[in-house]
Design a protein around this ligand. Structure first.
Ligand SMILES: *Cc1c(COP(=O)(O)O)cnc(C)c1O
Length: 397
């Protein structure tokens, strides 16, 4: 393989580009995780993550990928044979449901078309029909990374309340936290699952549970076996800033820096930036004459856009050509939409020109692959981003 010049464009929807500031923060000597210096790090991270989750409750950090935090949410709160209600929004929701089934839970999976989010009225209906309260948890993926669809979590909460059902509410925010508005306490979520390598701008290797008092109470009755994932040990150490076993110390340095960066920008500005880049991307897709996979504008993801190719065109061939020619990585189609879509990640540490470079690579790649498009997507995205800047300047003047 010949040497590639310049920066690689990593525009998959996670892992995302790790900012230099975070890399520099990670590049430091590993310290004693039982020493005095570590406690300050542990406490700073706990407080910072509470602000990102928008919770005053407990936050638990695991040295694990997001899948570990999925498992932790279930094994800490449920017992063998318990029934859980899930919504088949796409590949990640399906994986979480399979994980639940492997743990010995009974999964009710509400089928979905992989183009829309969890349906609050379908959830309400299932819960109303469950007058014996056999369902112990409702689990929803906030941002379905395989489809680019964001479920309306506040509406799902309202549906659970409307059914007057006591089930726990668990939400996967692995590709939405710190990219799309999320409010653990206000939306009455009991366990929020998150990971380090998407909106939080870190390498893979950390994951999180934010835990409500109701989930903590459930954990005292829950009978699924757990040890590595056990919240009680984590919480017993957590208040003092320590961990029961060796944490991923250097990733925690990176997390402290990433939290500072998010606070410098301001979370609301971070969300607005993601919305702007998502809108510019959709404008490009439409100008090309293609469709986004998400069918409902109220559920468009701000983290990523899944682009549907016309029948007869292989999305993975387009991705391969783009990688070969332009050193740009795009997300592959997963599960039921494999080969039919590619995904443009626009989350994490990202700016207007990185998006323009990405869209230029996609437009050129679609041309190389012989996909019939109008070569006007880059132009439309650029016009939109320029107009956003101009209105910001006018507002400031
Ligand atoms: C990436 C992702 C996961 C999987 O996380 P891993 O870190 O790969 O274990 C789960 N859910 C969603 C929504 C994701 O985007």
């Amino acid at each position: 393989m010949s040497r590639r010049t310049g920066r690689h464009f990593l525009q998959i929807p996670g892992p995302t580009n790790v900012p230099d500031r975070v890399l520099r923060a990670i590049d430091a000597p590993t310290i004693d995780h039982r020493g005095p210096e570590f406690a300050e790090l542990g406490k700073a991270i706990r407080a910072g993550m509470q602000r990102v989750f928008k919770t005053k409750g407990e936050v638990i950090v695991y040295p694990a990928s997001g899948t570990g935090a999925w498992e932790a949410a279930l094994v800490n709160t449920l017992s063998p044979g318990n029934r859980v209600l899930m919504a088949e929004t796409g590949h990640f929701a399906t994986l979480w449901s399979k994980l639940a089934a492997r743990l010995g839970l009974e999964v009710d999976l509400i089928p979905g078309d992989w183009r829309s989010g969890a349906d609050p009225s379908a959830i309400c209906e299932r819960l109303r029909a469950d007058s014996a309260h056999a369902i112990k948890a409702v689990c929803v993926v906030h941002n379905e990374t395989s489809t680019g669809v964001a479920s309306r979590i506040a509406d799902v909460r309202a549906a659970i309340d409307a059914a007057r059902h006591p089930a726990l509410f668990m939400v996967d925010t692995i590709s939405s936290l710190a990219s799309i508005d999320y409010r653990h306490d206000e939306w009455g979520v009991d366990v929020t699952v998150a990971g380090s390598q998407k909106g939080l701008m870190l390498p893979p290797g950390l994951s999180f549970n934010a835990v409500s008092p109701k989930a903590l109470a459930a954990s005292r009755q829950a009978k699924l076996p757990r040890s590595y994932w056990a919240w009680d040990e984590m919480l017993a150490h957590g208040k003092s800033g320590y961990f029961p076993y060796t944490p991923a110390t250097n990733l925690l340095y990176g997390l402290r820096e990433a939290l500072m960066m998010l606070e410098e920008e301001g979370l609301e500005n971070v969300f607005a930036r993601h919305r702007r880049h998502a809108e510019a991307t959709r404008r490009a897709v439409r100008a090309w004459g293609l469709d986004v996979l998400a069918s409902n504008p109220a559920e468009y993801s701000a983290s990523l856009t899944a682009v549907l190719l016309p029948p007869g065109h292989d999305a993975d061939r387009v991705r391969r050509l783009i990688l070969e020619h332009f050193d740009l990585s795009l997300g592959t189609g997963l599960g039921k939409v494999a080969g039919k879509v590619f995904r443009i990640g626009h989350l994490g540490d990202f700016n207007d020109l990185m998006l323009m470079g990405t869209l230029a690579g996609v437009e050129m790649g679609l041309g190389l692959a012989g996909v019939p498009i109008r070569k006007e997507g880059v132009q439309q995205a650029m016009a939109y981003l320029g107009a956003c800047r101009a209105s910001g300047e006018r507002a400031a003047a």
